[in-house]
Design a protein. Structure first.
Length: 156
């Protein structure tokens, strides 16, 4: 008859790494799907004014952004110190706003066009004359829903 021994010196079996590539690819695909790439590189510095009543936009695909502020430090030597308008990734003049809005509205499905909003991200120290000129051009382009981007007042 054979003898059974209890050998307590056995180690733990090694961890199987066979499923490791599957886990890595699942994480890779998750982050590829979930990550939102920045759409616009800011060429103007914008410090939004504070507001007490802030509301989030529901569908950002229906929003066109207009940035108004001073050029960033890297671009001040070329563009100066005065307030500038940014549409997409470049500086623009007031006259270019209508074509920008028409181009953005054309990309939206026809049944959603009535919900199109223009969000103005304006520096708190920007001149109101430029903001008024932009609003007049938006009115000419029949973009009547205007939103001002702000930041919420932080409790001290």
């Amino acid at each position: 008859m054979g003898k059974f021994r209890k050998d307590g010196k056995k180690g733990l079996p090694p961890i199987s790494t066979a499923s490791l590539p599957d886990i890595i690819f699942m994480l890779l695909f998750f982050f590829m799907v979930a990550t939102v790439m920045r759409e616009v590189t800011l060429v103007v510095s914008v410090k939004s004014p504070e507001a007490s009543e802030v509301q989030k936009l529901e569908d950002k695909s229906l929003v066109s952004f207009v940035y108004i502020g001073k050029p960033t430090k890297a671009l001040k030597a070329k563009w100066g110190e005065s307030d500038r308008i940014q549409l997409n990734d470049a500086f623009a003049e007031v006259e270019e706003i209508q074509s920008y809005i028409y181009e953005k509205v054309e990309k939206i499905a026809e049944y959603k066009r009535k919900k199109h909003i223009v969000s103005m991200k304006v520096d708190e120290e920007a001149k109101m004359g430029l903001v008024t000129d932009v609003k007049q051009e938006l009115r000419k382009a029949n973009a009547l829903k205007i939103n001002y981007s702000t930041r919420k007042i932080v409790a001290k």
